[in-house]
Design a protein. Structure first.
Length: 141
């Protein structure tokens, strides 16, 4: 038997476990880690390291993945009324477009602020470089 064939069931089990814990949220991850420490401490330690490494401990990854799955499910599920489904799809498309436009607007604002701050820095630097030269020219005269 090859190594890939022996690892396939384990990866499936681990993937299903990870998905199940993600669905339950951060509390389920913490509970699994605590139980791992209580019964077999290396398992708890491994879960802690995995949670930190995958940013499940401090990020909002579980919640955002769950919300994304839920939104995708509602978007693709049909109500049975074709007119309503067309309206819903058009509204969702329009909202996504507005969100993309707003995010692009925010990025342009950030870029403009960065450019303004950089220009101010360069102006201050040029003035600071000019001041010693003017002082040297006055001394030479």
């Amino acid at each position: 038997m090859t190594t890939a064939a022996t690892n396939a069931p384990t990866q499936g089990w681990l993937s299903r476990s990870e998905a199940w814990l993600d669905e339950k949220g951060k509390g389920a991850w913490i509970a699994a880690m605590v139980l791992g420490f209580i019964f077999v401490w290396p398992v708890g330690l491994a879960l802690l390291f995995y949670m930190i490494w995958s940013k499940r401990m401090f990020g909002k990854s579980c919640h955002s993945r769950r919300a994304h799955r839920r939104a995708h499910f509602h978007q693709t599920r049909s109500s049975g009324n074709s007119a309503f489904d067309a309206y819903k799809n058009e509204t969702l498309r329009r909202l996504e477009e507005e969100q993309e436009n707003f995010e692009a607007f925010l990025q342009r604002l950030r870029d403009a602020k960065d450019k303004s701050e950089f220009d101010d820095f360069m102006d201050e630097r040029a003035e600071a470089a000019k001041a010693p030269r003017e002082a040297d020219e006055k001394e030479d005269a």
